[in-house]
Structure formats: C-alpha cells, structure tokens
Write a new protein. Sequence first.
Length: 281
Amino acid sequence: MLKQRIITALVLLAILLPTLFYSEPWPFCLLALVFIAAAAWEWGRANGYGQGMSWLAAVVSCGLCGLMWQQGWLTEHMPQLWLWVGAAWVLGGAWILRSGVNAWKQHAKPLRWMGGVLALSLTWLAIGQAKVIGVNFLLSILALVWMADIGAYFAGRALGGRFTRSKLAASISPGKSWEGVWGGMLGVALMAWLWVLYDARSQAQVLGFYTHMFQKGSLLLWLSVVFMAAMSVVGDLIESLVKRSAGIKDSSGLLPGHGGVLDRVDALLPTLPLAMMLYSL
C-alpha cells in the first residue's frame, strides 16, 4: 500500500508540476478540468447513480467549466459570485453536517447530483482564477489545506482525546478529534506567518493569499486563517458523510493507494471558492 501511494504521488507530481509552473494558465486549467470531471463521475456513483448518470455528471461538469472558460470568467473580477458561493458553503455545510448521515439520502437524488456537479465546477473556476493571479497565490491556498491536514493528523495522533472527551463528528468520521482541528489551525497559522515573511523578504511580484490578507490588517489575516482551516475540515467531513451514507470507504480506486479524486480534493472544494471570496472582496 505504501509503495502504491508513493508511486501514485510521484506520477501525479510529474504531471502537475510542469503545468503549475508553466507561464500560461491553460495547461493547468485543462489538467484541473480532467480531475474535476473524474470527481464528478465519482460523485454520481457515491450518490447511488449508475454509470450513465455518473458519466453524465462528468460531461455536464466539463460543459459548465468549458462555458465559463469560453466566456472569459477566468480573468473576471467576480466578488458577488464568490460571496454567494461562500455563503452557500458556510450555511449549506453547517446544515448538511448538522442533519447527519441518515438525512443525506432523504434529499432528492437529482438535487444532490446537481449540487455536487455545480460545486465541483465552481471549484474549477476558483482554482483557474487563482492560477491566473499567480503560482504563489495558488500554492498558498493549496498549502493551507495540506498543512491543515498534516497538522490535524499529527496533533490527533499525539493529543487526540486528552483535552476533550467528545469526538469532532463521531457519527461521520470517528477518527477525527478536536485536538486534530486545533493542531491543523496552529500549523496553518505558523505557515501563514512564514509565508508573509517570505513574500516580504523576497519582494515577491505575485503575493500569496496570506500576504494579501495581512496587507488589510493582521487581524484579518488570523481570522481568515482560522476560518479557512475550519472550512477545510467541513469539506472533508461532508465527503465523509456522503461516503458513509453510501456505505463506501473510498470515492473510487482511480488513484491507487490514495482512493479517488474526491478523497484528495474534498477539503479544497470549500476553501478555494472562499479564498477567492476573501481576495475579491
């Protein structure tokens, strides 16, 4: 299993890095579109649909992303759109998690299907706009999710259950603890501080997300860090809820040793649109 994970990660990096650092955004956006389509196919399967509707989810997501690309949305300043999307993630995420696993299947399947396709398509738009702004900006958002995950893993392993008796979401993901969440937030806060220092000392032409927030005040930086780290957990928990409702462990086996694409991008689904919301506002 470990060998599989390493090989898959190396192959993904070999594909991802050249497009990420290419001067034009289109190769990375095209690669991101492939991953979003795969995640949409997984979403259809996780919500009880067969191959036909699952493939249709992939096709529709590609169509929506292609339409937004053709209309020039990648370079548009869209604060109102991202405000609505951000509000939907905060309120909708809280509602879904509060309702719990058993309530998920009670929602109409077409509504769940379309909601996931739309969320994935808007995530593609957010990651595309972030790439247009610059690699440093995009990496700072991606690194937030990675650091939150890493910090949560090690803090949860070392301190889980020592300070709080209750689990974070026992019925959704029994292994997650509040100590893990706090450890993830602490890790992201440290990384944000270091990122701001790096941008200042290197006189970066393209600023990271944290530096943009810091320029509006240190309080906004720390509030945005806590908020974004918390929402990355929400994205992770929502995917776990959907999988538990479907009775599956992984969204698919597309990434050997890692599960499916949704398993890798779940925390990015809310954080990328919310980062664009904060940036555009």
